[in-house]
Design a protein around this ligand. Structure first.
Ligand SMILES: Nc1ncnc2c1ncn2[C@@H]1O[C@H](COP(=O)(O)OP(=O)(O)OP(=O)(O)O)[C@@H](O)[C@H]1O
Length: 352
């Protein structure tokens, strides 16, 4: 579905401060925009405030400071909040939050009824939606009779039935096994795209955030530490915490000797290694190295510290004169701890 040119942002947060009664602010001064039809991932560790921010957007939590706009409408200020039912948002919760006493068809029909559709027509619409999602066999069951994956797909159906302009996904795959995570993630992405609505997708899983979103906001330290495309956040993290949250990263402390506009020079024992970078010039600090920025072979010596086979890839941890780095190779590895190997640094990113 196309997005009208100049459509107002699905969500704008301006100077948003959030906290619970009597406690210090959990998030302060958050400025975020999600364009119409855009998907933003909220990536942060447990307790960083992802759920709190989503609840503020849904209208369950009032801000302590700032403003929250939805589709060009001022929805929340510390003095005035549009009630949740007057916001065109569809929420998919981490713990499913399906009403236990209702059958699946009625759970999905509920948001349709709330849009003013008569009961019988709402049940028909819910039946059609469940049919489209391949869930019609579950229509007469109650949540307790469903698996976790089925419950979450019903949660997604309920959010879709609200015909939202903005989806809020709160770690929807958190309680699912690896196989179901992939299925539910694919379904979330597909249904969101079909609906053409914007989405905020909260997760602590870097791979999920980078894969699903057009932009990623990394929450830590009480605010949005970095907002950028998945590639920007992965390749140019603003600090070591963002680097670690956004994927596997080795941090080489005190390793940066010098950086120009085009290159960064890393100390590796008595050797100096210069690699291309687009970081601002300056000296000192640490360097972030991703597993795919290092390869085996070359002219720098290292000792294999450990080898971790993970199926499609193997991580080889190397003790080097610059610090420990990880090389990711495909398949299994012939290396063992204690092996002496050579390595090459292909890319590095300086952080404070
Ligand atoms: N109702 C509440 N009253 C008081 N404090 C709360 C409440 N809900 C959450 N908090 C606190 O707010 C902080 C942020 O919690 P929040 O649930 O937003 O984090 P999160 O990033 O979603 O974490 P997780 O990934 O574990 O779900 C935590 O320190 C938490 O203890």
């Amino acid at each position: 579905m196309g997005t009208p040119v100049n459509a107002p942002a699905a969500l704008s947060c301006r100077g948003l401060g959030l906290g619970y009664d009597g406690s210090a602010l959990i998030l302060s001064d958050v400025d975020l925009d999600v364009g119409a039809g855009e998907v933003l991932a909220l990536l942060g560790p447990s307790g960083s405030g992802k759920t709190t921010l989503l609840h503020a957007v849904a209208g369950f939590v009032a801000p302590r400071t700032g403003e929250l706009w939805l589709g060009g409408v001022l929805a929340s200020t510390p003095r005035r909040c549009l009630p949740p039912e007057r916001r065109r948002v569809g929420v998919v919760f981490q713990n499913y939050a399906l009403w236990p006493h209702l059958a699946v068809r009625d759970i999905v029909a509920y948001p349709v009824r709330r849009r003013g559709v008569p009961a019988a027509a709402a049940r028909d619409a819910a039946g059609e939606l469940l049919d489209r999602m391949g869930l019609s066999d579950l229509a007469d069951r109650r949540p307790a009779q469903l698996s976790g994956g089925e419950q979450q797909r019903v949660g997604l159906a309920r959010a879709l039935a609200a015909d939202p302009a903005l989806f809020l996904f709160d770690e929807p795959t958190a309680h699912l096994d690896a196989h179901l995570r992939a299925i539910v993630l694919a379904e979330v992405a597909r249904r969101r795209a079909e609906a053409g609505a914007a989405a905020v997708y909260a997760t602590h899983d870097a791979a999920e955030a980078l894969a699903i979103a057009g932009r990623v906001a990394v929450l830590h330290g009480g605010g949005a530490a970095q907002v950028g495309t998945p590639d920007e956040v992965y390749r140019r993290p603003v600090d070591r915490t963002v680097a670690r949250l956004s994927g596997p990263a080795s941090v080489l402390d005190g390793a940066v000797l010098d950086r120009t506009a085009e290159s960064v020079t890393i100390r590796a024992g008595d050797r100096r290694v210069t690699v291309a970078t687009s970081a601002p010039p300056g000296g000192g600090g640490a360097a972030v190295v991703r597993p795919d920025w290092v390869r085996l072979g070359g002219d720098l010596p290292a000792t294999v510290a450990s080898v971790r086979f993970a199926g499609p890839h193997t991580d080889i941890h190397l003790d080097t004169a610059a610090g420990q780095v990880v090389v990711r190779g495909s398949g299994s590895s012939r290396h063992a701890p204690g092996d002496h190997v050579m390595w090459t640094l292909c890319e590095a990113w300086p952080v404070p």
